[in-house]
Ligand binder design. Structure first.
Ligand SMILES: Cc1ncc(C[n+]2csc(CCOP(=O)(O)OP(=O)(O)O)c2C)c(N)n1
Ligand SMILES: [Mg+2]
Length: 327
């Protein structure tokens, strides 16, 4: 990890936000078997650095879009744990009143304007939202998160072309975790395919970074924000990362044999949280006691949030048709 000129306050805030996401998701994994969360869950354990490195420098009014794997993006963007768990438990405390579930988080207060599990589907929505902002002269930023699998959809290519044509200042963030469900990228894309060439072919700036190094992510995104503010054109950043757990669900999936343990272990070793924690302890920016204390408080906060959520109500059946159309 490049430890030159680390801002300790920033680094601690990045670390604490990654802890929060990791702890919440591990608790979801832990309690999933109780079958009270009745929606599928796609956990981001191992991928926290991208969400945090990007969202830590966004304002509340900046907007993000996500897909099926959206918990990290929502929490990193300032989303509320109760409102997220409410959604997973289908309770009226959820950010979509429990009607959406894990794959349809939406919370305008946090600037998450859509998370939709149809792969690629939020990319044109993000481009449209950013275009609207441009036409209205609004300065808030628009960031669209998607996996490398989404770059194989037609709508991704149409959206990129449209954003380039109209100089729409949107930041596309591609989290390349090598897999789309159970299929490795080498079994889906030709050897010659290059996302960089595709993007640059449209005249869009392409950047690439280590998605397990939150300081790197933060720096690249900071530069990208300056780029879109100055040049007022789109940009795409591809981050390499890895999900530790199964594609959908709370478990490790070594038994499925579509990826081997050596590969998984290698990535687990590159844990974004462990790397930053070790660096900050070594630099004496944080002490073990401070870490333990923070993690204990976090555990209590999360436990209480689960307890409140379990006790919360479901919406009454007669509200089924509410909120379908905007008033
Ligand atoms: C249009 C469409 N095709 C297929 C699926 C089934 N599906 C759900 S998630 C997923 C994998 C997407 O991979 P990627 O975009 O790399 O995201 P990751 O799961 O790795 O975060 C697929 C194929 C879907 N939801 N939508
Ligand atoms: Mg993927």
């Amino acid at each position: 990890m490049d430890d030159e000129k680390i801002n300790p306050v920033l680094a601690k805030s990045l670390l604490f936000n990654m802890y929060k996401i990791r702890q919440v998701e591990l608790k979801i994994a832990d309690l999933y078997a109780e079958q009270e969360m009745r929606c599928p869950v796609h956990l981001s354990v191992g991928q926290e650095a991208v969400a945090v490195g990007v969202c830590n420098q966004l304002a509340n009014t900046d907007i993000i879009l996500s897909a099926h794997r959206s918990h990290a993006h929502y929490l990193a963007k300032g989303g509320n744990i109760d409102k997220m768990l409410g959604e997973l438990y289908g309770k009226d405390t959820g950010c979509a009143k429990g009607k959406g579930g894990s794959m349809h988080l939406i919370d305008l207060d946090a600037g998450l304007i859509a998370a939709v599990p149809i792969v690629g589907s939020t990319i044109p929505i993000g481009v449209g939202a950013a275009w609207g902002k441009k036409l209205r002269g609004e300065k808030e930023k628009t960031i669209v998160f998607f996996g490398e699998g989404a770059t194989e959809t037609g709508v991704f290519h149409e959206s990129i072309g449209f954003a380039a044509l109209h100089d729409i200042p949107v930041i596309f963030v591609c989290e390349n975790n090598l897999y789309s469900v159970y299929t490795h990228v080498r079994d889906r894309q030709s050897k010659q395919r290059s996302l960089k060439n595709i993007i640059e072919g449209h005249g869009i700036k392409y950047l690439h970074g280590n998605g397990n190094n939150v300081l790197d992510v933060h720096k690249i995104v900071k530069d990208s924000i300056l780029h879109i503010e100055n040049i007022k054109k789109p940009i795409l950043i591809e981050f390499d990362t890895y999900r530790w757990l199964e594609h959908c669900g709370p478990n490790y999936d070594d038994n499925l044999q579509y990826r081997n343990k050596e590969e998984t272990d290698r990535w687990i070793n590159k844990c974004p949280i462990k790397q930053l924690q070790e660096l900050l302890i070594e630099k004496e920016f944080i002490t073990i006691d401070e870490v333990d204390n923070h993690l204990n408080n976090l555990e209590i906060e999360i436990k209480e949030s689960f307890e409140r959520t379990k006790k919360a109500n479901f919406l009454p059946p007669e509200s089924l048709f509410d909120d379908i159309y905007s008033e």
